[in-house]
Design a protein. Structure first.
Length: 136
């Protein structure tokens, strides 16, 4: 299992009239978690696209709201891979408030696409090599 945590402060522009993180912004937090989890492995979305010619469109997103996140709160975005990717990669996200209470969970499924052919492909070998040690 691979897990990585990143902190993101809730900005005023992301809140609704109640001072809560607006529900439509949670997907951005999941993306931040995915991008930073891959960066922690030594890969970036940019390098996957520019160097490998691989993009990762979202297939599905399922989210569960438990408690609100508030303006100026420093939210922990925990990103977890429980299985090695194959044709699809599944990111599980857990968001925690400053009191370390679970406020949101999500599962985001993405698949790998060759940018030249626009066809689905298997996970790039370079990503698999970086993830394998976490699953041994």
């Amino acid at each position: 299992m691979y897990s990585f945590s990143y902190h993101q402060r809730v900005r005023y522009a992301e809140t609704d009239k109640m001072g809560y993180l607006y529900y439509g912004h949670y997907a951005k937090y999941y993306e931040i978690g995915r991008v930073e989890a891959l960066r922690n492995l030594g890969l970036s979305y940019k390098s996957m696209e520019d160097e490998l010619g691989v993009m990762l469109p979202v297939l599905s997103l399922e989210s569960r709201f438990r408690l609100p996140a508030y303006y100026d709160e420093n939210v922990e975005i925990k990103t977890i891979l429980t299985t090695l990717p194959n044709k699809m990669i599944v990111f599980n996200h857990e968001l925690y408030n400053e009191a370390n209470k679970l406020i949101n969970t999500a599962e985001v499924k993405l698949f790998f696409v060759d940018m030249k052919s626009n066809k689905r492909i298997s996970c790039p070998q370079s990503l698999l090599e970086k993830l394998k040690p976490y699953f041994e």
